[in-house]
Ligand binder design. Structure first.
Ligand code: BES
Ligand code: ZN
Ligand code: ZN
Length: 496
């Protein structure tokens, strides 16, 4: 989809649809909407008086052949109350407008920003919203929705002095939107089309195209490195594991500067292993590589945005299968760090592979760590599909991440990490065990386990089990992978 800034006044745009948005207030016909009303001979005022134009969130008012405008359609989207309005609402309403028009086979339209809103931030939000919304989860359907994809959008209202800001925001928005869709495409893939080996190939291709350094560790190298926790999960499958290492190095890296380590869980299918999961809903476990796909998407964006810090991305990947060689409950494994782990439940495999991923990221020089994982069903109990669970060992670092999440409209909520929870994973036969002892707090126990391997390095764990997948489509998004946390992590790393 082509997105470009348009300098001509909106009243001259010959387009299939002219789109703008309306606030929910006593008189919704104000500012640019009043200009539109004037051009159309009082049409909008009439619609407002008749109750067909109220500004309520995501209300769609579509007028065909609006008199006085060369556009074929005029679409006004409800932006909700001004007090609650910001770039998060703008991103969603731009996306919802695109999906509304796409459903009506519109291929091209103009999006007109409101008066006083022609900023870089707004151009970025609109561009992200449009690109995200144009994505469909129909890669394997014979009749494709994305045959109906929108081809081109003009961003109108950024004229004169605001043009440079608009261009900056548009570029950043495109990079981030494309990165999110890269992640979504990977997460949507079923496990037969995305094994650890295939994921590694896709990561390698992405890195080469983006100009990032990349190394793929195969099962031999993984064994040489003594990644016993990762290997213990992989041993139950005929598919060999992989570890992807993608590195971004800034042009003039300062010695002694922090190095960010991004570690993502990429279990391409989680059956639970010998502690096998129930059949119902098991198909969803193809998304158990979402953490890894998130980090790869972030790297893709960072390659283009060129932050000033070095970033090392480590993605351990395996299937979790109950094959004849699978590990069994009670088995004791030695992680790469040397810590011994009693595997009481083979379904708590994410923390095992992250243990070695985190250890390796540290060995490669990462000084601050962030991991993302579809780690626990317990986080879905705690926060449902609304918030990402955020666990951290360093308050300042965690606060920065939460601020980034807020700034880019991704809902994340801090979870506790008190020392008391450490007791839950104390091993009886080994240093630690991979599940708690039935005392509850399952999401925290999972986080506590990973923290053991982060050591003293400031570390954040994002449990995205509830939020990485949309069971239902949203007005601004297809169902399937959500790419949650990509925007937040890009924001965090580029603003460090
Ligand atoms: N991949 C799952 C987490 C998950 C579960 C995501 C349900 C979405 C829905 C993870 O590997 C897992 O199975 N975790 C177990 C841990 C338990 C055995 C301590 C869980 O949450 O049930
Ligand atoms: Zn599991
Ligand atoms: Zn899992």
């Amino acid at each position: 989809m082509q997105i470009s800034l348009e300098a001509r006044p909106f009243a001259e745009l010959q387009t299939a649809a002219l789109v703008s948005y309306v606030f929910e207030e006593t008189d919704p016909v104000q500012g640019r909407v009043a200009e539109l009303d004037q051009k159309t001979g009082g049409l909008l005022r009439k619609l407002a008086q008749g109750g067909e134009l109220t500004g309520k969130t995501l209300e769609m008012t579509l007028v065909h052949a609006p008199a006085g405008l060369p556009a074929e359609r005029l679409l006004l989207v409800g932006a909700g109350k001004r007090e609650q309005y910001g770039s998060t609402q703008l991103r969603k309403l731009a996306g919802a407008a695109l999906r509304h028009l796409k459903g009506r086979s519109v291929k091209q339209f103009a999006f007109l920003v409101r008066e006083g809103e022609a900023t870089a931030e707004a151009a970025q939000a609109v561009t992200e919203g449009l690109i995200f919304a144009n994505f469909e989860s129909d890669k394997y359907k014979s009749e494709k929705k994305n045959g109906k994809e929108v081809d081109a959008v003009l961003l109108a209202g950024w004229d004169g002095e605001s043009r440079a800001a608009g261009e900056t925001g548009l570029q950043r928005g495109r990079i981030i939107g494309d990165a999110q869709n890269f992640t979504r495409d990977l997460v949507n893939e079923p496990s037969n089309k995305l094994t650890p080996r295939i994921l590694a190939e896709r990561a390698e291709a992405m890195a080469r195209e983006a100009g990032l350094a990349v190394e793929i560790l195969d099962e031999k190298k993984i064994a040489e490195l003594k990644m016993g926790a990762l290997l213990s999960v992989a041993q139950g499958s005929v598919e060999p594991p992989r570890v992807m290492v993608v590195t971004y190095t800034p042009a003039n890296a300062k010695p002694g500067a922090p190095v960010i380590g991004l570690v993502g869980k990429a279990v391409t299918f989680d059956t639970g292993g010998i502690s096998i999961k129930p059949a119902e809903g098991m198909e969803k476990m193809k998304y158990d590589m979402a953490g890894g796909a998130t980090m790869l998407g972030v790297m893709r964006a960072l390659a283009a945005l060129k932050p000033s810090v070095k970033v090392i991305c480590v993605v351990p990947s395996t299937e979790n299968m109950p094959g004849g060689k699978a590990q069994k409950p009670g088995d004791i494994q030695v992680a790469m760090s040397g810590k011994t782990i009693e595997v009481l439940n083979t379904d708590a495999e994410g923390r095992l592979i992250l243990a070695d991923g985190v250890t390796y990221a540290k060995q490669l020089g990462a000084t601050q760590l962030i991991d993302a994982a579809t780690l626990t069903g317990a986080i879905v109990v705690a926060l449902a599909n609304v918030n990402v669970g955020v666990f951290g060992s360093d308050q300042a670092f965690t606060d920065k991440l939460l601020a980034s999440a807020k700034a880019c409209g991704e809902k994340m909520w801090p979870m506790p990490m008190d020392d008391e929870y450490r007791e839950f994973i104390k091993g009886t036969m080994a240093d630690i065990q991979n599940i708690g002892s039935g005392k509850g707090g399952g999401a925290i126990t999972g986080a506590m386990f990973i923290k053991e391997f982060a050591g003293d390095a400031p570390w954040i764990h994002l449990d995205i089990a509830g939020t990485a997948w949309l069971d239902e489509a949203k007005p601004w998004a297809a169902k399937g992978a959500s790419a949650v946390a990509v925007r937040t992590l890009v924001e965090l790393v580029t603003k460090l």
